[in-house]
Design a protein around this ligand. Structure first.
Ligand code: BGC
Length: 753
């Protein structure tokens, strides 16, 4: 191996990049711009590949490409011995000594699994999100992963879309805060700090608006929606210093996102000044041909490079292998290719890969086992849970007073479902299910379990099925009627029934959209049968999207949304259920009554007086089941009058909004104060309410806390599609601060010209 230099300064970095560029052939440059999937991990004793499940998708020939020095990056390698082994092959093969960059989907943890991203958003707690993703980064970096394909910052207003679970929900303001927090957590700063990784916000842009919520379908997003709703989280991630951006699969307004000059050139690089590197989504450059956008792979590669897609993520047959031909045919210039190579090389140099391409395998094992990481995951999970209903204060349960608890439902004791989708390196042995968590915390209370029903089946196979543990196993010798009866009998003889209902993790995520939001399988029947016993029922919802739980809302006293809570999920659930922690998560989406209401979001505009809302549907209320921002507490809070320090500002001034929040209950608890504004008139019609500030605060019982927010140009301006510009209208703004998006906006100020 020959490493050309070990730069310690920007000048040295530039010099190394230019020297390498000068020495590389066009084929080698094309290789630097290619990222291959590498599904197999390597057996440390034999250095042979160990295959995960059926890996028929394992690309042939990647090893040959490595040997020829034509691989810039690999993805899906996730063991320290494997990254070391492949890095060695790469360095042996690359005559310039250029190491490969390892990227991976570290979405909500590598070994320590955090709650799923939508749950993290429900914490409304940027610090907890940052700490969680810092743990994920530490574990990833320890095994040799340099870069995560996260956060997913796609706003969506369609919960049928399975990837809602990976994002922060429907709101651009919350989405931007969550995006920035994740970037800070992953990278540890604008430059990637030690023990951190490059963050790659995705999918640029509009993917969450797939028609019908069908994954990969085209997205038609208006200009106003694009700037006001879709782009703000990306902008926040770029401003936080994200080193990478991933493109999106689909057509955006008729032009494939991965070949979209407006997105990449005009918005990302020119308007926002993004200096990092761009990667395509998997096969998305190759698929420019499938889109009917490029005639062949040569044109596909040329067009992607021409809009600045630096790396092509490929499973097989990369379009960028055709870049030498594209240069010959005059479709792309060597200078343009060099710009892409520069950005990729700079990322490698800045990560220190030329100095230290390998990781310490013993240390990696220690980092993965760090108990402090489990603690971060448990606290995060506790902070994500949303109390949806609690009639008569059924929750928290008093372990000293409740004699027996029936834990019911197949999801209650499923380790794989407890951690949710988009994880690959988890350890099921250390995963705490709801049942295990309740058992451990219940003390002398008797805890018995009955699944009641078998796991529900999904109709379609998924690309994730090939990973061990991902395909659900249908239990053998499961007598459906007898099991249901056993669960009912158990509930009947117990003091409380805790029912875990929701979706199996394989029903949500990529390629897992659903046409309905109903509880899958026989869960409703189970719920109804258990409720009929008369035993008080607590429903725990295990989910990543709103589900049709209307029957539960009408008939059971207590409902807690626990999401897919991760490695320590059951322990966190028990701490909330038994009242060690008061739940203060808030919904990051509007929870519709049925999928027929979708898309439903709070920040809509109106054309008729609110009294006409009922005309919207003939058969269902025009309101949601739960509004955006909603969540109860074991305590209660009263908001004082909103105070403004001034009632009139210019567009360049700010107004300070202050409100007293009193904890009127008998225990210390967190509250999430949410500030909403409405622009009453102007050069466009603006939403009835828009979130423009939030603070999660702990307030002692009986105490009053004060929260304040600043409103100025950043919060009041919006993209006006008619003016094709950002504007702040001179008009009246109404303001309200409260516990969810139904708050009344009873204060106001004016923006004067
Ligand atoms: C997904 C990306 C992911 C990539 C690599 C694609 O199918 O859309 O979000 O990062 O696979 O796993």
């Amino acid at each position: 191996m020959t490493t050309d230099a070990t730069p310690s300064s920007v000048a040295a970095e530039g010099e190394l990049v230019e020297r390498l560029l000068g020495a590389m052939t066009i084929e080698e440059k094309a290789g630097q711009l290619t990222q291959f999937f590498y599904f197999a991990d390597i057996d440390p004793t034999t250095a042979h590949e160990t295959k995960d499940g059926d890996l028929s998708a394992q690309p042939a020939g990647v090893d040959a490409e490595l040997a020829a020095g034509r691989v810039g990056s690999l993805l899906f390698v996730r063991k320290a011995h494997a990254t070391n082994h492949l890095q060695r092959l790469a360095l042996q093969g690359n005559r310039h000594g250029i190491p490969v960059l390892f990227g991976f989907d570290v979405i909500h943890g590598l070994r320590t699994i955090l709650p799923v991203p939508i749950a993290l958003a429900a914490s409304w707690d940027p610090d907890v999100i940052e700490r969680g993703q810092a743990v994920a980064a530490r574990e990833a970096r320890a095994v040799g992963i340099h870069w995560t394909f996260a956060p997913m910052v796609d706003i969506t207003r369609d919960p049928r879309w399975g990837r809602i679970i990976e994002g922060a929900g429907e709101d651009p303001f919350l989405g931007a805060a969550v995006a920035a927090a994740q970037v800070r957590g992953f990278q540890g700063g604008r430059d990637v700090a030690p023990e951190h990784v490059i963050a790659g916000p995705k999918h640029f842009a509009g993917y969450g608006f797939a028609v019908g919520g069908r994954d990969y379908d085209e997205a038609d997003v208006s200009d106003s929606q694009m700037w006001n709703v879709v782009l703000p989280p990306f902008k926040a991630a770029v401003d936080a210093g994200a080193g990478n951006i991933m493109t999106a699969y689909m057509n955006l307004n008729g032009v494939p996102a991965s070949g979209n000059a407006w997105l990449m050139d005009e918005v990302l690089r020119t308007t926002w000044g993004f200096e990092g590197f761009i990667v395509s989504d998997a096969m998305a450059v190759h698929n420019l041909r499938t889109h009917g956008f490029a005639a062949d792979l040569t044109e596909a590669g040329a067009r992607a490079v021409n809009v600045g897609v630096d790396l092509e993520m490929a499973i097989f047959d990369p379009a960028y292998a055709h870049l030498p031909e594209a240069v010959e045919q005059g479709m792309v210039s060597v200078e343009t290719i060099d710009e892409c190579v520069r950005r990729v090389l700079r990322a490698k140099i800045r990560l220190g890969l030329f100095d230290q391409p390998y990781v310490d395998e013993a240390r990696a094992a220690e980092v993965l086992a760090d108990p402090a990481h489990r603690e971060v995951a448990r606290v995060a999970a506790e902070r994500t849970m949303v109390l949806l209903k609690n009639d008569g204060g059924l929750l928290p349960l008093d372990a000293t007073a409740v004699g027996s608890i029936a834990v019911i439902g197949p999801l209650a004791d499923s380790r794989r479902d407890t951690i949710g989708p988009w994880v690959f390196d988890f350890d099921l042995d250390e995963t705490v299910t709801v049942l295990a968590g309740i058992r451990a915390r219940a003390g002398d209370t008797t805890v018995e379990y009955a699944p009641g029903i078998r796991p529900a089946k999904r109709r379609n196979a998924s690309m994730f099925d090939m990973f061990p543990g991902n395909s659900p196993v249908d239990p053998v010798d499961f007598d459906d009627d007898a099991e249901l009866q056993r669960a009912v009998d158990l509930a009947a003889r117990s003091d409380v029934a805790v029912l875990v209902l929701g979706e199996w993790q394989h029903m949500i995520g990529e390629g897992a959209s659903r046409s309905t939001l109903e509880l899958p399988g026989r869960q409703l029947e189970l719920l109804q049968a258990v409720t009929a016993t008369g035993t008080p029922v607590v429903v725990l919802v295990l989910n990543g999207r709103p589900l049709e739980i209307n029957w539960a809302v009408d008939h059971v006293p207590a409902i807690l949304d626990i999401w897919y809570p991760g490695t320590q999920g059951g322990a966190a659930v028990a701490n909330v259920v038994f009242g060690d922690v008061s739940p203060a998560g808030r919904l990051p989406f509007t929870w519709p009554r049925s999928s027929g209401q979708v898309p439903m979001f709070y920040a809509h505009t109106i054309s008729h007086e609110p009294g006409n809302q009922h005309r919207r549907y003939w058969d269902v209320d025009g309101t949601p089941l739960f509004p955006f921002g909603f969540g109860l507490s074991y305590s209660s809070f009263r908001y004082g009058a909103v105070e403004l320090d001034r009632t009139s500002i210019t567009a360049d001034e700010t107004v300070t909004v202050t409100v007293d929040v009193t904890n009127t209950g008998s225990r210390t608890a967190d509250e999430v104060a949410q500030l909403y504004v409405h622009q009453t008139s102007g050069t466009a019609s603006r939403p009835v309410k828009e979130l423009k500030g939030f603070r999660r605060v702990a307030i002692e019982a009986g105490a009053t806390g004060q929260v304040s927010f600043t409103l100025g140009r950043a919060e009041l301006c919006y993209w006006n599609a008619a003016a094709r510009d950002w504007v702040v209208d001179a008009t009246e703004f109404r303001v309200g601060v409260g516990g969810d998006s139904t708050v009344t906006l009873d204060a106001s100020f004016r923006v004067e010209r």
